[in-house]
Each structure stands twice: as C-alpha cells, then as structure tokens.
Design a protein around this ligand. Structure first.
Ligand SMILES: O=C(O)CCC(=O)C(=O)O
Length: 292
C-alpha cells in the first residue's frame, strides 16, 4: 500500500484521517527551502562533533544523531513548532490529553554504507495498549531528498492497527518514504517503521520530532536538552511543547514546580511563561484559533 501524499495546502483533518487509516502520510514541500538549508548548516558542527556518541546496534555505527537540536539549530523551531504539524497533532493527541509535548527530537544523518535499522514502534516504552488511543505522533522532516536507495524512512502501512499484545504484523510489507527535501513524513507512534539502508554514495539527513500525550514521560528529557536559558529564546508555544508548562489544571494537573499545590500558579520556571498561555490544547488556545 503506497503512502498517501498531501501538500502544504491540504487540510489537517484529511491528513489525520489518512494517519488513522494507514498509520503514515507524506506532506510534500511543507518547509521552505531556505529554512531547511539553514537548519542543515546549523546542525552540521554538532553532528560532526558528537553524532557518533549514540552508536549502538539499534542506532547504527554509520549514523550520526543528536538530541539537543534546538540548542544548536534554533532555526529548527520553524519545523518543530510548524502550524501544520501542531494542527495534525491536535487532531490525533488532544482527544486524550489536556496538552501534549515533545517526547524526542533527533537529527539523524545516515551515512553511505549504513545497514537498515530494525523496524520498531516509538510507543514501545509505554506499557499501554488501548485501541483507539494514540500515544504519540512522529514527524520526520526530510533535510535531504529521501529515496529508498539512500535510507528513506521505512514504514509498514496498516501496522498501527495491530495491538502489541496481539500478533506481529507482517514486517516484510514495508514502503520507503520517497520524498523531496522539505517534505515531512507523519506517522503514528503505534506504526512500525525504521531507517533504511543507505546504498547511495551520499548521506541522508532528517529531523525526527515525536509528540506525545502530556501525561506520559518524555522519551528524551527536553529540560536537559533545552534548559531554561535556551528555552527562554523560544516562542511560548514551542516552550510549552518542550514541556515548560503543566498538563491540565484540575484533576489532570501534572508537572507542578516544587511539588506544592499552590506553587503551580507561578510555575515553570518564569511566572510570565504561564501567563502567555503558550500551552497547546488549552481552552484559551482553541478560542484564539477559532477567532471567537
Ligand atoms: O532515520 C530514520 O529514518 C528513522 C529513525 C528512527 O525511526 C529511530 O531512530 O527511531
């Protein structure tokens, strides 16, 4: 089953429907080419300096990865906090949480000669298996043209429908995301996917952002990857996405500062950050978006 394609003028509801049906969808030409080029340039020194620190059987030995993406590449904010991404994530995640967050943020450069990564699900760390409740949505931005030959992300369409406690899907039925630089592959956290083998003679760079329900622990600690002095430079919604906001306000209140009931009012860690109402998924946001 080929991966459905949309473009930057498509409506987020249609993309979310394709995701619910197939588990993955590509949106072509979503990022401006200048943004992509700037992000690539900003990522380069850190990828070269520390990209191999994550070397492992799973991550590969010819793949560079870094997680402090926004600390070294501030221009990537335009991708992480992209309106289309947030609109699709709203559709998929907000039915199940008060506000959602970034679970992991990783720049990945697959070098020539790297083998295929094991197919996997991003939801694996969470021991929950609830049909109809998606825990995460991933967005892989192509910072190079992605092809099957250079390691374009492989996905197994339909594999999100098989609960983990049931049978394994047929993982031989994968499709490689074939997409031009600046396009984005959206996929559900329940979807089986993985990096492809790079059989070309050029590297393949991508930026993968995973957004999760706000009541789950982040896979990669965004407060350490992007400490307050870095987060202070970002827009309120991006700070909220990094987790610098509590989840909910009533019985669902989580992420308070100093652990006191009364302290959440002036958290976190700058009082005005909360006043700016940067959270995604709040009533205030919904009102602002609808223009009412
Ligand atoms: O690099 C890719 O295309 C996918 C990487 C991935 O899924 C992962 O590392 O979890």
């Amino acid at each position: 089953m080929p991966i459905s394609e949309f473009d930057r003028s498509s409506d987020p509801e249609s993309i979310a429907s394709a995701l619910r049906r197939d588990g993955a969808a590509v949106v072509t030409g979503l990022a401006d080419v200048e943004v992509v080029e700037t992000v690539r340039t900003e990522l380069r020194p850190e990828l070269d300096a520390s990209g191999l620190r994550t070397e492992s059987d799973f991550n590969g030995s010819k793949t560079l990865r870094i997680s402090n993406v926004l600390s070294v590449a501030p221009s990537a904010a335009a991708l992480v906090d992209h309106d289309m991404v947030v609109a699709v994530a709203d559709e998929v995640l907000l039915p199940h949480c008060a506000t959602y967050q970034i679970s992991s943020l990783t720049a990945i450069e697959i070098l020539p000669g790297e083998g295929a990564q094991a197919l996997h699900r991003d939801d694996t760390p969470f021991p929950i298996d609830n049909a109809g409740m998606e825990l995460q949505i991933g967005v892989m931005w192509a910072l190079d043209d992605f092809t099957e030959e250079n390691g374009g992300t492989r996905v197994v369409p339909g594999s999100h429908r098989i609960l983990r406690s049931w049978h394994l899907p047929d993982l031989s039925k994968w499709e490689a995301a074939d997409m031009s630089k600046g396009s984005a592959l959206f996929y559900l956290g329940s979807m089986w996917h993985g990096g492809g083998a790079n059989r070309s003679n050029a590297s393949r760079m991508g930026l993968i952002n995973v957004y999760s329900l706000g009541w789950l622990r982040q896979e990669s600690n965004q407060y350490l990857n992007h400490p307050p002095e870095i987060a202070a430079k970002f827009a309120p919604r991006l700070r909220a996405l990094l987790g610098y906001t509590p989840h909910g306000s009533g019985d669902d209140l989580l992420g308070t500062f100093r652990g006191k009931c009364t302290a959440w009012v002036d958290t976190p860690p700058e009082p005005q950050w909360r006043e700016e109402r940067g959270q995604v998924g709040t009533a205030a946001d919904a009102k602002a978006q609808s223009g009412v």
